[in-house]
Write a protein that binds this ligand. Structure first.
Ligand SMILES: Cc1cc2nc3c(=O)[nH]c(=O)nc-3n(C[C@H](O)[C@H](O)[C@H](O)COP(=O)(O)OP(=O)(O)OC[C@H]3O[C@@H](n4cnc5c(N)ncnc54)[C@H](O)[C@@H]3O)c2cc1C
Length: 505
């Protein structure tokens, strides 16, 4: 149900398993094919390694350089990110949906356990089965309350009365149609593709990426009221962006994705990416920061600062950059050869704060605005009749300790927040509060309208995966870009069909 799943966007995962050591998982010399360097061990780079070996039955000699001491990039738990902190909550990417074929298939292949957000909810006490409210700073504009409706029909009726046919049109037609078209064209019939621009234009998705969410939905018969209240709640929690400041495609992905079921891997989503790397037999070099990529024509010399603080250089036949380029501090030395410039892309600023509290949310503003006197979890909107501007996006429950009775909330905000902020917005002085972890991310691009995307191959044998982030920025699409580039490189060397699993077949 849409309401269930929208509610569940906010949840995070538990328990962490294993840490990667700083050494290679398998001796990469075992694979005698072309030498490939992958820069970045997040969803994109790890998927590229996995699919390169899968399509060619281990035909490549792959080295993955990762500047962090962990695998997963922006998909990590607190513990995986910072081993001195004993908490297994998701710090970055928390959920993926049932249309995310690569991730779901990997969960099955590697014997991981995907839990639906519904299952997690059952672990919370009844008080937390409260409403998710769409909050404008002074009042709740709507509630998403799964338990209030005994049937889906009543739920649909409620939203139809409130938003007219916009709700039905979005949930049953526009959203599913876009997801079907996306899967069919980017995963199956055209896979692997050289140009994201061509395929996007061929199927008319440039209309979606070339307009803001508000414009696109307006021209497709969705009322501004539904877009601004309902869809914007999802664009803010998913992309820290208002509906008029994000592309139509990402607005649809946010809204429609939330109606197709949310999952997370028990123990942390990053395990998918660890498994990708491990099963690829790549040599993994953690704590290695790439500084320069120098073109030697069709091969490359890459220079890095290694885990001992020493500079190293090594030549590779092919290089895959699997990190947002302008955040990576890498310099490309074209050395007179033809390489496309990677445009600067502005990334959002996001603070993720975990707060342990002795009480549920109880700030007077929230409680008095709530019809039943319990403060809901919050999806904060920019719509405000009083002109209030909210600089946070969401507040969600991510843990409840039934021994101590403590609640853990996860807050997404634009700026760093402290105890005073918590008391001003979410709690009152009767709550005992502790900020257990806070992290600043550049989580996703500022998704302004765009119709021309950089090709994945930016120079001969030099590839850039994160061009896909301006199209759709998720773990799944990063993994798709990795698989797609692996497919392009494997053509002619492949031992199996170059195709992605189709869970519907
Ligand atoms: C708070 C937050 C919430 C999110 N929520 C979701 C969600 O619920 N669902 C979802 O699907 N997505 C979500 N995302 C987005 C998702 O995390 C990204 O889309 C995804 O991680 C992109 O994968 P990537 O491999 O392209 O990049 P990254 O995950 O950023 O990985 C790139 C890697 O490259 C490394 N690197 C960078 N520069 C260098 C260098 N010079 N040398 C060596 N290594 C380098 C980095 O350390 C990093 O490990 C969220 C992100 C954040 C931060």
């Amino acid at each position: 149900m849409v309401v269930d799943s929208l509610f569940l966007i906010l949840l995070a995962a538990y328990t962490v398993i294993g840490q990667y050591s700083n050494s290679s998982s398998t001796d990469s010399n075992f694979f005698n094919g072309p030498k490939i360097a992958i820069i970045g061990a997040g969803p994109g780079g790890s998927s590229a390694a996995y699919h390169l070996q899968k399509f060619t039955s281990n035909g490549f000699n792959i080295t993955i350089f990762e500047k962090n001491n962990y695998v997963g990039g922006r998909s990590t738990t607190i513990e995986n990110f910072d081993s001195s902190v004993n908490s297994d909550l998701e710090l970055g990417a928390s959920i993926f949906t049932s249309s995310n074929q690569i991730l779901l298939n990997a969960v099955e292949t590697f014997g991981l356990e995907a839990i639906s957000s519904d299952e997690i909810f059952l672990e919370y006490p009844t008080v937390l089965e409260a409403t998710t409210g769409i909050w404008d700073g002074t009042s709740f504009l709507d509630y998403l309350n799964p338990s209030a409706y005994s049937s889906a029909i009543l739920e649909y009726l409620y939203y139809t009365v409130k938003y007219g046919f916009s709700f039905i049109k979005f949930v049953f037609f526009l959203g599913p149609k876009i997801i079907d078209l996306f899967l069919q064209n980017y995963y199956y019939s055209n896979f692997p593709y050289k140009s994201l621009t061509d395929i996007t234009k061929d199927i008319g998705f440039d209309l979606l990426t070339g307009e803001t969410g508000l414009q696109y939905l307006r021209t497709h018969g969705i009322s501004d009221k539904f877009s601004k209240i309902f869809i914007e709640a999802t664009t803010r929690v998913n992309y820290a962006s208002n509906i008029d400041d994000i592309t139509g495609l990402e607005a649809l992905v946010s809204g429609a994705g939330s109606s197709s079921g949310a999952y997370q891997v028990y123990g942390g989503n990053y395990q998918i990416f660890e498994n990708f790397i491990e099963s690829s037999g790549s040599s993994l070099r953690l704590n290695n920061t790439i500084q320069t990529i120098k073109s030697l024509g069709s091969t490359y010399e890459i220079s890095s600062l290694n885990e001992n603080g020493e500079y190293e250089s090594e030549s590779f036949d092919k290089v895959i950059i699997a990190a947002p380029f302008h955040l990576s501090n890498i310099t490309i030395d074209k050395n007179g050869y033809e390489i496309s410039d990677i445009p600067d892309v502005e990334y959002r600023e996001l603070y993720v704060t975990f707060v342990k509290s002795s009480t549920p949310l109880n700030n007077a503003k929230l409680v008095s605005a709530s019809p039943d006197g319990t403060a809901p979890f919050i999806l904060a909107t920019s719509v405000s009749e009083t002109g209030t501007t909210l600089d946070y996006y969401s507040v969600s429950i991510v843990d409840y300790d039934d021994t101590t009775g403590n609640y853990t909330y996860k807050i997404f905000s634009e700026s760093s927040i402290d105890d005073n902020y918590l008391l001003e917005h979410f709690f009152d002085s009767s709550s005992s509060l502790e900020i257990i972890f806070q992290h600043h991310w550049n989580p996703y691009p500022h998704l302004t309208p765009i119709t021309e995307f950089l090709d994945f191959e930016i120079g001969e044998n030099l590839y850039y995966l994160n061009t896909i982030e301006q199209f759709i920025s998720t773990m799944e699409t990063a993994a798709l870009a990795g698989a797609n580039v692996a497919g392009l490189i494997s053509k002619g060397l492949n031992t199996t069909a170059i195709e992605l699993p189709n869970s519907s077949s």
